[in-house]
Design a protein around this ligand. Structure first.
Ligand SMILES: *Cc1c(COP(=O)(O)O)cnc(C)c1O
Length: 407
């Protein structure tokens, strides 16, 4: 059922939103919602595994073509509302929601790639993405070459006749390297290669990769889209043709999003821009404060004027997000001391939460890498990552100063 399916003399018609030409903030709070006959103001949750037919004949007609709601592994009204809203916010034709961010990346690759295909991937992507590509896609003859996210010439040199996908995150986590999305799209297009961007660190409120030439966006909705550390979820966004392939995999293999989680993410989208602005403002202030601190040797944040790609970041982002990293003077002992001296900030691997979180990448998220691989990736023992939350910025600074001031 789409908004168009209500004719003008239908009493339900005025209950629906006319969003023709609406801006992103309006879409964030209203897109995708089709009101039911109950005239509910906020979106309903549809916790149902299947849907009924009015007759055997209707079931026989609709079942083979998956026409309308049949079973929640395929479609569910709450999940569809989330899909339509995030697709509208990213400027994409269609979204496919999944059970987690990794389910989004596996549905994208398993749905769209064939045996023998090749991926060019940024070296600086989420660790499980690399494990998925190497350990699992590799089993089925899909190979991956890793390159520096911020060196377009490496992407160009890695292209093979069977290359079908570029995959990256920008800015990268934790070192905030910025990809030139327009340049990568220009390299990919003549070869018919699809460019997929994991946009989970900035969200569509701060960066819209599809408008910069990317073909596909993926998210871990677990991070800022929820924003309060409650639910796992993910989503893939792109054109109808590509998303039909991703959906075909999802409805068969089944890593579908639950309606309850979709409803939590819908609520998250409504406040996403103002939360991202607040996360960004605090991260900017913290990055500038850390940069001046005598015990800090380097800060990684694309919002800093000293960031080598600050101008590129400004040209493709509307803000710089809530994630930053810094190196303390010394090594692992000093980094651990700063982490262990905190009394409020949460020591946890998650990011994109209202609560500030802190991690030591070298021994946690990047702990499985060899010393050489860490050196190549720039993950030093003195590196600390902070996902800046929505607490008062002075309390966040004071909590970090406890350890930093005593090194
Ligand atoms: C967390 C994360 C993922 C994986 O998402 P899950 O929801 O944990 O499966 C993928 N990409 C990035 C950038 C992430 O931060």
């Amino acid at each position: 059922m789409s908004e168009q399916s209500f004719s003008s003399n239908d009493p339900l018609a005025r209950l629906q939103n006319d969003l023709e030409g609406a801006a992103q903030d309006t879409l964030a709070v209203r897109a995708g919602h089709v009101r039911t006959m109950e005239a509910e103001h906020a979106e309903a949750i549809f916790p149902t595994s299947s849907f009924v037919f009015s007759s055997a004949a209707e079931a026989a007609r609709r079942f083979p073509n998956a026409d309308g709601n049949i079973y929640s592994r395929f479609t569910n009204p709450t999940v569809r509302t989330f899909e339509q809203r995030i697709a509208a916010m990213e400027g994409g034709e269609r979204a496919v929601a999944t059970a987690s961010g990794m389910a989004a990346i596996s549905s994208l690759t398993l749905g769209m790639l064939e045996q023998g295909d090749h991926i060019v991937c940024s070296r600086s992507v989420f660790g499980s993405t690399i494990a998925l590509f190497d350990k699992y896609l590799g089993k089925f003859g899909i190979t991956t070459t890793y390159v520096d996210v911020n060196k377009p010439q490496e992407w160009e040199a890695a292209v093979q006749p069977n290359t079908k996908l570029f995959f990256l995150e920008t800015p990268s986590n934790p070192l905030a390297e910025v990809a030139d999305l327009r340049a990568l799209a220009a390299i990919a297009r003549p070869h018919g290669i699809k460019v997929a961007v994991d946009n989970c660190i900035l969200t569509p409120t701060l960066q819209q990769p599809l408008k910069l030439g990317a073909d596909i966006v993926v998210h871990s909705a677990t991070k800022y889209i929820d924003g309060q550390g409650r639910c796992l979820g993910g989503v893939v966004i792109g054109n109808h043709q590509d998303m039909e392939k991703v959906f075909g995999y999802l409805r068969t293999a089944g890593p579908s999003m639950s309606p309850f989680n979709a409803w939590v993410f819908l609520k998250g989208l409504e406040t996403l821009r103002i939360r991202m602005q607040a996360h960004s403002a605090s991260a900017q202030e913290l990055a500038e404060w850390l940069e001046q601190h005598p015990k800090v040797s380097r800060v990684y944040y694309s919002g800093l004027k000293s960031h080598p790609q600050h101008e590129l970041a400004r040209s493709q982002q509307k803000g710089f997000g809530g994630l930053l990293a810094f190196e303390v003077k010394g090594g692992q002992d000093e980094a651990w001391k700063v982490i262990d001296c905190t009394r409020m900030i949460s020591i946890t691997g998650n990011l994109g939460d209202t609560r500030t979180t802190i991690t030591h990448p070298s021994t946690t998220t990047h702990g499985k890498m060899t010393a050489e691989a860490k050196a190549e990736a720039g993950i030093k023992e003195s590196l600390i990552r902070v996902s800046v939350g929505l607490e008062d910025i002075d309390d966040i600074k004071a909590d970090l100063a406890r350890g930093l001031d005593h090194l």
